[in-house]
Design a protein around this ligand. Structure first.
Ligand SMILES: NC(=O)c1ccc[n+]([C@@H]2O[C@H](COP(=O)([O-])OP(=O)(O)OC[C@H]3O[C@@H](n4cnc5c(N)ncnc54)[C@H](O)[C@@H]3O)[C@@H](O)[C@H]2O)c1
Length: 495
């Protein structure tokens, strides 16, 4: 990338200096800092653990809680939990005590500022519902903290602009934890594209499928309204749009899209033989015959995290997937143009027979075809929610010669081990060099959500939406160099 704007130079330098092994890493956030106990004795520097607070202690927060309290306890401390739900706060505190023997102070959401100040936090981890992210990101930076935020960074362009402005004003770092980049197969795709095996890329076809177990779950939970999640174009596709931006080392320029909801509707409840939609699974009079029934009382995790805590805020995790208040789409088609001239056709459907994706990169020397089937088990009784990558393929189809399959890089654990690689990157004090530059900053967070925000606008207007009209002047993220579109190409062989 070739942006030499002052903002970009300053930001890159700051990141560089804040990294413990800055000379080799180029990553953004040091998990611990070296603090000199006295100027006179600068030789005997001791490592000070970075002080983390966590806001939003729901399902996803466990990964961060356990990482800070256990896996990376040598490097970090958890010094505060914060949430709107008192019951989930108490549960998080009890788990911390049991797992690490640590009493983590708990704060109501209204006391966020007090938590940060009393606990002298260095870093705020944001894992609330999506629409609440921006308030915490902005406030944390204003209070002098760095931020690690779950995806999506935020849910619309107004909130995105507030984050970009706050980062510029405060100079603090906001890291978006795009774990998909770290999955071995997806890193391998980046490696192949960087190698130039298919030349420079001219277009992309990308299709993501959610099945009727995992896909339906978005319509049960808080994700079912745009006010909470920005819709699937933001909540879910932020992962996909970030992958494409990073795979291409490019940023989006304009978006044209259509979106509709035709599967998770009151009419569909009737078409599949129910009398009507209802409020929730727990009290549903037709639960015995509904194929979308979810029992949150028998699944240990759902029972303790959600069912037992309903009395505090009235949030039901098992709302009817056919209820009329849902206002997010289940069928979306998007066309994107990038600053490098690449064009993409993308789709997301939430009612498919299998879960996963197919992507094709069309390059000047051939084509890279990548497919991944995923298993995301919702309500696997009393077990942890399962997430596996399987049936993953990568095929190179060179111009005018035989296609071949490439053995796929593999890993173990959540998101095929990608989450663990990312956690090392987030919480270890010594950073490893990363030639793929997988650490994502607020600019990468912005460019990914703005494709969704533009698509949401285009759904309504039918017009092409320019990214710069939503939030102008976002610096370009750090992406690795890609094959040049001006390099000479080999003459394709005659048949
Ligand atoms: N990267 C991934 O693979 C991945 C996976 C799951 C979830 N996520 C993201 O993690 C975040 C949390 O999702 P989840 O599945 O844990 O949801 P969840 O419903 O289990 O938890 C959300 C928590 O936020 C709390 N909360 C809501 N509004 C709040 C506010 N204003 N202030 C403080 N706390 C508030 C809720 O009480 C709840 O405890 C979301 O942004 C989601 O998109 C990412």
């Amino acid at each position: 990338m070739n942006d030499s704007s002052p903002d970009r130079r300053d930001f890159t330098r700051r990141e560089f200096l804040s990294t413990a092994t800055a000379a080799s890493a180029g990553l953004c956030l040091a998990a611990s800092t070296l603090v000199a106990p006295s100027v006179a004795n600068a030789q005997t520097q001791v490592a000070r653990k970075r002080r983390f607070v966590l806001v939003g202690v729901g399902g996803r927060s466990r990964m961060y809680r356990d990482a800070v309290l256990k896996t990376y306890a040598q490097h970090c401390e958890m010094v505060g939990f914060c949430d709107t739900n008192e019951g989930r706060l108490n549960l998080a505190a009890a788990k911390a005590r049991k797992m690490a023997g640590v009493d983590v102070p708990c704060y109501a959401a209204k006391d966020f500022d007090r938590m940060v100040q009393e606990q002298k936090a260095d870093v705020v981890i944001v894992a609330t519902t999506d629409a609440a992210h921006s308030d915490y990101i902005v406030r944390a930076m204003e209070l002098g903290c760095d931020v690690l935020t779950e995806k999506p960074m935020t849910t619309d362009e107004t909130k995105c602009r507030a984050i970009i402005d706050a980062q510029k004003k405060t100079g603090k770092s906001c890291r978006v934890t795009f774990n998909y980049r770290y999955s071995p197969a997806r890193t391998q795709v980046k490696d192949l594209l960087m190698s130039g095996v298919i030349g420079d890329i001219l277009s992309v076809d990308f299709h993501w499928m959610l099945d009727t177990f995992h896909g339906a779950d978005y319509f049960r939970r808080w994700h079912g309204t745009k006010a909470n999640s920005g819709g699937l174009m933001i909540h879910k596709s932020t992962h996909h749009f970030d992958l494409v931006n990073w795979w291409l080392s490019a940023v989006p320029v304009s978006v044209m899209a259509t979106g509709k909801r035709e599967f998770y509707t009151p009419a569909m409840a009737k078409r599949i033989g129910l009398q009507s939609h209802h409020e929730r699974c727990l009290t549903c009079p037709e639960k015995a015959k509904c194929g979308f029934y979810l029992d949150i009382t028998t699944h240990k995790e759902y029972a303790e995290l959600y069912h037992a805590q309903e009395k505090y805020d009235g949030y039901f995790r098992d709302r009817c997937v056919f209820r009329p208040e849902i206002d997010i789409e289940d069928t979306m088609n998007v066309q994107v143009r990038y600053n490098t001239g690449v064009t993409m056709a993308y789709s997301l459907n939430a009612f498919n027979s299998w879960e996963g994706y197919q992507i094709v990169f069309n390059g000047t020397k051939g084509r890279l075809e990548h497919k991944m089937e995923e298993l995301v088990a919702v309500n696997s009784k009393n077990s942890k929610p399962k997430r596996e990558e399987r049936d993953t393929t990568i095929r190179i189809c060179p111009l005018r010669s035989a296609p071949y399959d490439v053995p796929v890089w593999k890993g173990q654990g959540m998101h095929a081990g990608g989450d663990d690689v990312m956690l090392d990157d987030l919480f270890l004090s010594e950073k490893k060099a990363d030639k793929y530059l997988r650490a994502a900053d607020h600019c990468a967070g912005a460019y990914s959500i703005l494709v969704g925000a533009a698509a949401n606008r285009s759904f309504i207007s039918g017009e092409t939406v320019k990214i710069a009209d939503l939030v102008p002047g976002i610096p370009l993220p750090d992406y690795p160099a890609m094959p040049s579109p001006t390099d000479p190409l080999p003459m394709p062989a005659r048949s």
